[in-house]
Design a protein around this ligand. Structure first.
Ligand code: SF4
Ligand code: SF4
Length: 65
């Protein structure tokens, strides 16, 4: 299981440093939406009570995949 980032992402970068397993990275080009690697995301299990990226995202772009 993993979260994904939707097209609503405004590429603010707030989520990237919050991920405990470094699953989040910027898109390829400047301004692209950020991306969650589904093979790395653990939905914050063992780290937080709820997915941290979803908690900090200002536009609610981190959703269950
Ligand atoms: S749910 Fe947690 S582990 Fe998954 S991308 Fe978001 S912050 Fe990282
Ligand atoms: S916090 Fe939300 S809007 Fe900002 S880069 Fe992450 S997914 Fe995109």
């Amino acid at each position: 299981m993993a979260l994904k980032i939707t097209e609503d992402c405004i590429a603010c970068g707030v989520c990237e440093p919050e991920c405990p397993v470094n699953a989040i990275s910027p898109g390829e080009k400047e301004g692209d939406i950020y991306v969650i690697d589904p093979n790395v995301c653990v939905e914050c299990e063992g780290y937080y009570d709820s997915p941290k990226c979803a908690e900090v995202c200002p536009v609610d772009a981190c959703v269950p995949a």
